[in-house]
Design a protein around this ligand. Sequence first.
Ligand code: SF4
Ligand code: SF4
Length: 670
Amino acid sequence: MLTGWEKAVFLLVLLGSLGATRTTFGNMFKIIGRGAIPIDWTTTFKRILPGILALLGKPLFKTRPVATIIHTGVSWGFILYMLVNLIDIIYGLFSGFHFLPDSIAGNIYRLFVDIFSIVVLLGVLYFLFRRFIQNDPALHINETVMLNEKARKGVFTDSALVAFFIFFHVGFRLLGASFEIALAEVDVFQPAASALASLWSDMSTGTLVFSEHAAWWLAIGLILAFIPYFPTTKHAHLFMGPLNHMITSNDHTAASFETIDFEDESLEQYGAALLEHLPQKNILDAYACIMCNRCQDACPAYITGKPLSPSAIEVNKRYYIRDHVSDLAKGKESGDRLADWMLSEDAIWACTSCGYCVEVCPVANEPMVDILRARQDLVMMESKFPKEAVATFKNLEVNGNPWGQSAQDRENWIGDLKVPMMREKGKAEYLYWVGCAGAYDSRGQEVSQAMVKLMNHANVDYAVLGTEETCTGDSARRLGNEYLFQMLAQQNIDTFDNYGVTKIITQCPHCLNALKNDYKALGKNYEVIHHAEFLAELVDQGKLSPSKASNANIAYHDSCYLGRHNDIYEAPRDVIKAIPGVKLEEFPRNKNEGMCCGAGGGRMWLEETLGDKTINLERIEDVKAVNPDEVATACPFCATMINDGIMAEALDTKTSSKDIAQYLLESITE
Ligand code: SF4
Ligand code: SF4
């Protein structure tokens, strides 16, 4: 189709585009490579399927169904257009070339391209309408959140630029097809292009030929101009999103993250103070980010008015990289503290590590891990942390529990109960891990008492450590004090080794997560069972038979560390459903979209002074909406926050709250 001089110009443009692409993509991977913890690229090849599913848009379908369906149509069309562009280039360079002419496959190809051209054009118009006319508030970030100055307008300009690129690229290609049809004959397999072609029936052959060439150049020229530009726009997510899914190995979950090797004397930095201190994966996150704000939609800190948006973290990283691309690619130290441009110190301490941002992100980003890394720097390198954390660290260090009560009082909850001690028994099938809340908090003590009564009733072979138990270190770790966490963890690991512990039962999801996931990162692999799973199993096996009817409406509050972090949603519900007469209610925000209580990430020990309201009161809005008789919990921190919220809103005359073990015990008759 192209003339000789057009082919020569095309080859020059192609070489220029490839050269520029090599530079921009090269810079992108050099900057990712600056990160502190390397990406294990070998997993990439083993995880082709998650990458393909991400490319096809599967992870988007977690929320926002309408926008997701339209986005999927646009991205599928765009992926198809990669093949189309290749075929169009061959068509332009080789006279007389037609892709699979007069064949079923060729007909299907042309039909698909024709349909997807219309889908992409309509989809782009929808996104332009949503962003610029409807001005959807979900696409904005609160003014209280630290956001790169250029980003507030830049994200919108970027979106407009890319939308117009896609619109014109696909539009000119469709026009080109219509001119080609006008020069030949109507093609029933290109209904849209044929309809357009009917508009050109009065045009001369010369004008049609010129128009076809012009449309080809505009369609192909736009893509050649845009490819090198990709890494500088948010649309790099088209490649980097699927890649992020491919580098995220199966056992890498939001529940835990890499430990610090304090024996390594070459380490000069703990946690992240600068961009290059973040793991490589977390720098890649910035390129993968769609800037869709799905992560902030239900971030408990953001929706209660705190200056934290997980989305802003990725946007800020991206704009920082864009502003310093050349220096970063050359390997120069960035020099700017994350707390000065990525997220403020107030934002760093506002996170409850609820995991919602990680769970919902369609491109496998982990803004939560950035926050926890930034906390490690503030705590271990700069000694800058909220004053309440000073007391928490001291209590953990001196007394082995965050309440600061005497380590000798750890067995006070036992009272007259018959509880086997590991030091007397020597060995048991299960270690019943009571946890600090179960040992010291009055509400937690009642849960521990219910648990041992249930286990005694079911003849479980268990024992407790009593004063030999010390805090798992979860709060220390989430508050950034990795050193203290490892110290406490090692103490417990030594005790476990002493008794040959392999199976652990606990009612605390934070203890569960630490023992199961954080200790695994320290090389220990225990079978850790949450009491919800254990009790559900005992009921299932007939070892516990709830028979006393209740007739209460019970709504179950999902704990973030049990649900999102450890994927345990059904077992607590099964325990409640096993009680005769109970009607199980669901909160509007439940399971993997459950609303945090506000106590995770060590926030249990910090004051909540920022924002429009406290996180537990935001959760109580759901209690008001459902109006149950009881709110069942399966986490001691949730229990405290929910009970405090119920009391604060004076709902306690109608609604009360207990742990699932307590409800189950009430239903067991001797
Ligand atoms: S972990 Fe939860 S609180 Fe922290 S940034 Fe993510 S969504 Fe917000
Ligand atoms: S981090 Fe994920 S969910 Fe948040 S804006 Fe980026 S792509 Fe969307």
